[in-house]
Design a protein around this ligand. Structure first.
Ligand SMILES: Cc1ncc(COP(=O)(O)O)c(C=O)c1O
Length: 471
């Protein structure tokens, strides 16, 4: 039986090897195995016997070698990626000191960290008296924002329920994240009352269409209560024009304007690119996921709200006296205005990372990602085999491989992507945009350099050629 110290030493060595693999460009990101094949390497069953520490270590080894190396430079598959020691260590400390963010007494320093970062992020976006909270993901941030919007429109609904009200309607672009469909379900308005506004050829909401939809909804006798603009759409990385959208929201009974900046909120950190968020100070709330463009390990998500009291109004309830006691510093008990009870101290990894790299470190990082995306765009434009699907606005580039001969381009691109993923050398995703398959490369890892972009596109074109032969 291995003791704590010996176990930790061995663990440290495993972690160290894993980090070396992530940092090695030539190592594979994934050794793809089907769900039928994987159990032959890793038995997922749990039984009554228990295991020794040595067996525990050997299982960890198998887990690590079969995990997808999302910190690897060539993992460009998702809106998150990259690996940094500082937030990783903070994550370990979060787990080591396992606590909940509901009361100051059990999370004293973490509470101060959260209050400080919420203040700082509000200042950055121009919510002068704003409030906010760390939540369990961008989807949850969007959900809580919608609760706030609903509470502003119908404060009594929290107590009386939704019965007898005219239909509550919310408006998003046709490029908005699917979490908003879930939000319509979760807050009880129903997905038929989620109104999708068409987007233009760059994937941005068409403002006149929003106005027309609001007027139509009002004419029907519905109650529009929420407009959501997206800052960094999931597929194209496009930014809806917040300023003109805010004017329309204001002109229609001050309907709540939420900005889903889960992906693009971090652009606020760059003086060069924050113009993409122009008008953000006019919104009522913002979702901002530091686990995306700031490369903080999952999960790290923030909801910011302009009205200091709204979270409390929308989320607080009674019957919580066992936890929230009356005391001198009760304003430091952050949990009352959260929809969660237990809440992880996700703030630690962001706070330590921000402290370590500073504003300038993050600004440089965001600027670098944009520059690399510009470079990637030039590579696509130069290639006879690749075609841009839309002009990139941020750090996502969507394109298609165009074959030499007449064939099914969608099918070919699906094959290309599948082949590439199974080589394990590069991971990029695909999606559908305006009914066509598009390959989506997310330039999310700040360790990437232009040579890496060249390498990635060489591999993509080779995979395209192989797929052409097979099709
Ligand atoms: C625009 C947008 N909003 C919200 C989300 C959901 O964020 P999370 O995965 O943190 O729940 C995503 C996820 O990719 C997204 O792209």
């Amino acid at each position: 039986m291995t003791g704590d110290s010996e176990l930790l030493n061995k663990l440290f060595s495993l972690i160290h090897d894993y980090i070396k693999t992530i940092r090695d460009d030539k190592s594979l990101i994934t050794h793809y195995k089907t769900p039928e094949a994987l159990p032959s390497m890793f038995d997922p069953s749990v039984d009554g016997q228990g295991i020794t520490s040595d067996k525990f270590l050997s299982l960890l080894e198998v887990y690590l070698s079969n995990s997808v190396k999302t910190g690897h430079k060539y993992f460009c598959n998702q809106l998150f990626g990259g690996f940094n020691i500082v937030p990783f260590v903070a994550e370990i400390i979060t787990s080591l000191t396992s606590t909940s963010m509901y009361t100051y007494e059990v999370a004293p320093i973490a509470t101060l960290m959260e209050m400080e970062l919420i203040k700082k992020m509000n200042q950055i976006i121009g919510f002068r008296t704003g409030n906010g909270q760390f939540v369990s993901g961008g989807s949850s941030a969007n959900l809580v924002a919608a609760l706030c919007a609903r509470n502003k429109k119908f404060p009594d609904l929290k107590y009386k329920g939704i019965h007898g009200k005219s239909a509550l309607t919310m408006f998003v672009s046709d490029q908005a994240h699917y979490s908003l469909n879930k939000v319509a379900n979760l807050i009880g308005i129903g997905s038929n009352n989620l109104i999708k506004i068409p987007s233009d050829h760059n994937g941005c909401m068409i403002v006149d269409e929003l106005e027309a939809a609001l007027i139509a909804s009002e004419k029907k006798g519905d109650s529009p209560f929420l407009v959501v603009a997206t800052a960094g759409t999931t597929v194209l990385g496009a930014f809806d024009p917040i300023e003109p959208i805010s004017v329309i929201a204001r002109n229609h009974n001050n309907v709540w304007l939420h900005v889903d900046g889960a992906f693009g909120g971090s652009v606020a950190l760059s003086k060069l690119h924050s113009h993409l968020l122009a008008g953000i100070h006019l919104a009522d709330s913002l979702t901002w996921d530091p686990h995306k463009m700031m490369s903080i390990p999952l999960i790290c998500s923030v909801l910011l709200v302009k009205d200091n009291n709204i979270l409390n109004n929308a989320c607080a309830c009674d019957n919580d006296e066992y936890l929230f006691h009356d005391h001198e510093f009760k304003d430091y008990d952050l949990g009352k205005s959260s929809i969660q009870c237990g809440r992880r101290a996700d703030v630690l990894k962001l706070w330590f990372s921000w402290k370590f790299f500073g504003d300038s470190g993050y600004e440089d990082r965001i600027n670098k990602l944009f520059k690399l995306t510009e470079y990637a765009q030039a590579v696509v434009k130069k290639s006879a085999r690749l075609e841009l699907v839309a002009t990139p606005q941020s750090v996502t580039i969507c394109f298609r491989y165009i074959p030499d001969r007449d064939t099914n381009i969608d099918q070919l691109n699906l094959m290309l992507r599948d082949q590439l993923m199974k080589t394990g050398k590069i991971m990029i995703n695909y999606s559908y945009y305006k009914d066509q398959v598009t390959i989506r490369l997310v330039v999310i890892n700040p360790d990437l350099e232009t040579e890496d972009i060249d390498y990635i596109f060489d591999e993509i074109i080779s995979a395209g050629k192989r797929a052409e032969i097979k099709l």
